[in-house]
Design a protein around this ligand. Structure first.
Ligand SMILES: C[S@@+](CC[C@H](N)C(=O)[O-])C[C@H]1O[C@@H](n2cnc3c(N)ncnc32)[C@H](O)[C@@H]1O
Length: 232
């Protein structure tokens, strides 16, 4: 067989999204998140105006009580992308209570490496751990507590799916930090691109303006996603 055209049929693909326990945990987490954020976000926005905060990062202490998760459609898309990705690690920036992480981890077969996710807010790290145990995916997740630039500083494994969902001004510097690790065909998903377009502007200009490295597509669902594939 011509090596150049070899097709890797080996990797197992397995979805646990319909697992009763996991689906039940996700649906109750979405309901809790919605009720919580309906109460918390208006208060955060009022305090943010009083403080003169201009970015999500300026409000990080105020947002400690918020879930601010992806919605179920985006969760399912992340799950599908995790199933279709080339071989390599899944890395997530911004765990919060772990809703998106559970969708990603539910795509990990036992022979797949764990999803690496990182969260700076310690109360959220604890909540995420509890949720991962309840959903039965704790063994599929490597949860790193602390600032992503530190927790991923020495990350030297190939990455095939990167989900950016922390503070928006950090998307571009974190992408640049991890860029060498992205395999050919890796998928990079950035959230909140239509909700917070100014804060995502430098990131979007970069992935849209480097066609030798990224082919990028704006997906206007939920708070807006930018899905970029690495072409090398
Ligand atoms: C929008 S929430 C993530 C929601 C989560 N992906 C979900 O869908 O359930 C953003 C999270 O990123 C975290 N974060 C922001 N900057 C960070 C940093 N530099 N390092 C680690 N976590 C960070 C925040 O504390 C916050 O919990």
């Amino acid at each position: 067989m011509n090596g150049r055209h070899h097709v890797d049929m080996e990797r197992r693909r397995q979805s646990r999204l319909d697992d009763e326990q996991l689906a039940g945990v996700l649906s109750s987490l979405h309901a809790r998140a919605e009720a919580n954020d309906e109460d918390v976000i208006p208060r955060v926005l009022t305090l943010a105006v009083e403080r003169g905060a201009r970015t999500d990062e300026d409000m990080s202490d105020l947002l400690a009580e918020a879930f601010i998760p992806i919605n179920p459609v985006v969760g399912r898309l992340l799950h599908v992308l995790a199933l279709t990705r080339p071989p390599g690690r899944v890395v997530e920036f911004g765990t919060s209570h772990g809703l998106s992480t559970i969708y990603l981890a539910a795509a990990m077969a036992p022979d797949d490496p764990a999803v690496v996710t990182t969260e700076a807010e310690m109360s959220k790290v604890a909540a995420a751990k509890t949720n991962f145990m309840a959903a039965g995916v704790v063994d599929q997740i490597d949860l790193r507590a602390g600032d992503a630039f530190q927790t991923l500083a020495d990350f030297d494994e190939p990455i095939s799916l990167l989900f950016l969902d922390g503070w928006k001004g950090l998307y571009l510097p974190l992408l640049r930090q991890l860029e060498d690790r992205l395999v050919n065909g890796a998928i990079v998903v950035a959230d909140d691109t239509t909700l917070l377009p100014e804060l995502c502007a430098d990131y979007l200009a970069y992935v849209r303006g480097n066609p030798h490295l990224y082919v990028s597509c704006a997906l206007p669902i939920d708070d807006g996603l930018e899905v970029s594939v690495v072409v090398r």
